[in-house]
Design a protein around this ligand. Structure first.
Ligand code: AHG
Length: 335
């Protein structure tokens, strides 16, 4: 018998402590089961015929991988009949997906990026599922896209599941961030890191440097100072990592600290950045803040942003608190 606490037991204990209700407990258990299925599909790779392009595009105009489509279907199917949800919204679908009339509707809204970092699937590098849970506004029987437009501070739960050498579910209900590793023999997630704390300071940054020439002036200044090392104004040598899977980069930061940045760049006249507020930035910000880190759009806290649309994009600066504050200061001082 493993000495680790199972996710099932953790959820029941959270319910007993009055931090979640039975519906939210069951909703997260269903999401975890769906992630186990996605992990199995990802793990089969070429043997399961799941690699490569699906031959379709998503609402963002991005080419979909077969596993993007499979993961989206697994999450939709698993969450349709439980009775805990009023509707789902997915990065892969233009509009939200109400729970079919054949099933009872619950009081929660689930948002997910079914397979983040999917350009990494075919090269056998970590990918993941990111999710966020909101309350359905009171009195709304059939939620529409507008009912999802709540700030990150309204999230009641958020998490991701990383499919890497290990499959690990990282979860918060607003009372700390905890990690559960999938025991593949038991088919159960087991608590392996409780109350994660991100180191305040770091010497490691994650950014796609190939976009450097497109960044705005304060971003150029900030990274120039990081790269100037011990002799520069920051007074230390920085290391760089970039997996190009946000889940993998955030997982590393939750493990040993660091700063992850996807800034706005001049290729995008809307100044919005690449990552999606509702499916990526808000849930990751919630997890990082609950682990003692910080998350801004370079100027203001991400979780305070009032969303205007479901697929809104946002610049993201998150990770070790002191470093996120330093990067944010470069932008504020410049304005
Ligand atoms: P996708 O899911 O389309 O592969 O995008 C991944 C996201 C995010 O996970 C990652 O941090 C970032 O895009 C990588 O962007 P670059 O391609 O610019 O490296």
């Amino acid at each position: 018998m493993s000495s680790h606490v199972s996710l099932t037991r953790h959820l029941i204990e959270e319910q007993r402590a009055g931090r979640i209700n039975a519906d939210l407990r069951q909703l997260i258990a269903v999401v975890a089961r769906a992630c186990t299925s996605i992990s199995i599909a990802v793990g089969k790779g070429a043997l399961g015929g799941v690699l490569g392009d699906a031959g379709t595009g998503n609402v963002q105009g991005e080419a979909q991988k077969k596993l993007d489509v499979i993961s989206n279907e697994i999450l939709l199917e698993a969450n349709a009949w439980g009775g805990h949800l009023a509707a789902c919204a997915s990065e892969e679908m233009e509009h939200c997906h109400p729970i079919p009339d054949a099933y009872p509707r619950g009081n929660y809204l689930l948002l997910f990026d079914p397979l983040d970092g999917s350009s990494n699937i075919d090269v056998n590098v970590s990918v993941g599922t990111i999710f966020s849970v909101l309350r359905c506004p009171e009195g709304v029987a059939a939620p529409g896209d507008e009912d999802f437009l709540q700030p990150g501070t309204a999230q009641v739960a958020a998490g991701y599941c990383i499919y890497g050498p290990q499959t690990t579910l990282v979860l918060t209900f607003g009372h700390g961030t905890h990690a559960f590793t999938l025991d593949r023999e038991q088919g159960a997630f087991l608590l392996t890191r409780e109350a994660i704390r991100i180191p305040e300071e770091t010497k490691e940054f994650a950014i796609n440097m190939s976009n450097q020439r497109h960044w705005e002036a304060p971003m150029q200044d900030y990274v120039r100072d990081l790269l100037s090392g011990k002799e520069g104004p920051r007074g230390k040598d920085f290391n760089m990592r970039w997996v190009a899977s946000m889940v993998a980069d955030v997982h590393r930061i939750l493990t040993r600290g660091g700063i992850f940045i996807y800034p706005w760049d001049r290729k995008d006249p809307s100044k919005a950045g690449k990552l999606r507020l509702m499916y990526e930035a808000n849930p990751m910000s919630f997890l990082v803040e609950q682990a003692g880190g910080a998350a801004t759009n370079g100027r203001a806290r991400i979780m305070d942003i009032a969303p205007a649309e479901l697929h809104q994009r946002v610049p993201v600066f998150l990770g070790s608190r002191a470093e996120v504050e330093a990067a944010t200061r470069y932008h504020l001082d410049h304005d």
